[in-house]
Write a protein that binds this ligand. Structure first.
Ligand SMILES: *Cc1c(COP(=O)(O)O)cnc(C)c1O
Length: 380
């Protein structure tokens, strides 16, 4: 049977193996495993790539968000607005900081945060907005920035899916007071384990974050405040430094593959609609290629494709406000029609830079067959 995974990380490693193996070997030889030379080198390289003053490597994207909020002094009693349509880590990071995650619905066409809903959710307790550049597409930052200015709020970008994306010519990760990146293996820039980074142009915030990620330590055994153990490993940083120079070409290939899907799906537009490219998106990082099945057949289509070895996914099947772990008594009872509708209709097709053109053809062929089979069934 054919197998086309959602993301083919094994194929990427095959191509980079000599360089990556050497980078791991060099780190082991130096034995500077914690905050070693590779971490500093990668932080400089990533800051330079984005054109920001500081990059602080941390243990994960979730920690990156959590530590930014802490460094901004956001905590108990403070409200932080974020989209309901995101990976749950965005909300959990707010919870980690002791603040209240306030969810809002998303825009039907782009699936990114609904700016009018953000405006309606601002209260006297609101301290920050966390726009998520979902699926690699920037959130609409200009109106969010205007609102934040007017109401005195911080903007913390969740750029976990948006390495290399740009909003009206400006790179994601440079558009708020600070941004959180994840290097989870499947992300556009992925480590071989957990990892994350914070980018910021604020010198004081960067200094505070360097303390917070390392148990408040300003020098060995000198702790100027209480903090966390949340460092990016040297081995992960060394791997990321090998991959970073490939990021733009990989994203270019992702866009090419997404265009291929998009034009092929044109004919079936009534039944399958790709999430739209927003007019403000000058560079889409194409982290995921997400389509909507509008006629109530998403689940049988997904099941049929999985049964044929096509690694489709759903991002995300259960919205945050409907998760068992999300405490409704504390955080409120929500209903978000757009997010809920998307959760029941969307699925993601295989997409990664190492996906071959002939594999896209196979995916499209299998997708056509799955759509035809679903057509013969009554809608769910
Ligand atoms: C992956 C992801 C995170 C969390 O990153 P981790 O490194 O897994 O902690 C946060 N937000 C979004 C939108 C993500 O996709």
């Amino acid at each position: 049977m054919i197998t086309i995974p959602l993301v083919n990380l094994a194929r990427q490693y095959q191509k980079l193996a000599p360089e990556i193996d050497r980078a791991i070997h060099d780190t082991c030889t130096r034995a500077d495993f914690i905050l070693g030379r590779a971490v500093t080198a990668f932080e400089s390289a990533f800051a330079e790539y984005l054109g920001v003053r500081h990059c602080v490597g941390v243990a994960s994207g979730t920690d990156a968000l959590h530590l930014i909020l802490r460094a901004l002094g956001i905590g108990a009693g403070d409200e932080v607005i974020l989209p309901a349509n995101t990976f749950i880590a965005t909300a959990q990071a707010v919870w980690c900081a002791g603040a209240i995650p306030v969810l809002v619905d998303c825009d039907e066409k782009t699936a990114t945060i609904d700016v009018a809903a953000v405006e309606a959710a601002v209260t006297s307790r609101t301290r920050a907005i966390v726009p998520v550049h979902l699926y690699g597409q920037p959130a609409d930052m200009n109106p969010i920035a205007a609102l934040a200015r007017e109401r005195g709020l911080q903007i913390v970008e969740d750029a976990a899916q948006a390495h290399g994306a740009a909003y009206r010519g400006r790179k994601c990760g440079t558009l708020g007071v600070a941004a959180a990146f994840s290097f989870y293996p499947g992300k556009n820039l992925g480590a071989y384990g957990d990892g994350g980074a914070i980018t910021t142009n604020d010198d004081g915030l960067a200094e505070e974050l360097r303390l917070l990620r390392n148990l408040g330590s300003s020098a060995k055994y000198v702790h100027t405040r209480m903090g966390f153990n949340s460092r990016l490993d040297s081995i992960q940083a060394a791997i990321l430094a090998v991959k970073l120079p490939h990021l733009d070409a990989w994203n270019e290939r992702r866009r090419e593959l997404a265009d291929r899907y998009r034009s092929a799906l044109g004919g079936t537009a009534a039944r399958l609609q790709p999430i739209e490219h927003a007019p403000w998106t000058s560079r889409h990082a194409c982290h995921l290629f997400v389509v909507r099945s509008v006629d109530g057949h998403r689940d049988p289509i997904v099941q049929a494709l999985l049964a044929r070895g096509i690694g489709v996914g759903v991002h995300y099947p259960i919205p945050i406000h409907q998760q068992e772990g999300f405490n409704r008594e504390v955080h409120g009872e929500y209903s978000f029609p757009v997010t809920e509708r998307l959760a029941s209709q969307i699925f993601s097709l295989p997409l990664c830079p190492d996906l071959r053109d002939d594999e896209v053809d196979v995916v499209l062929e299998e997708l056509g067959a799955a759509l035809d089979a679903a057509m013969a069934m009554p809608p769910a």
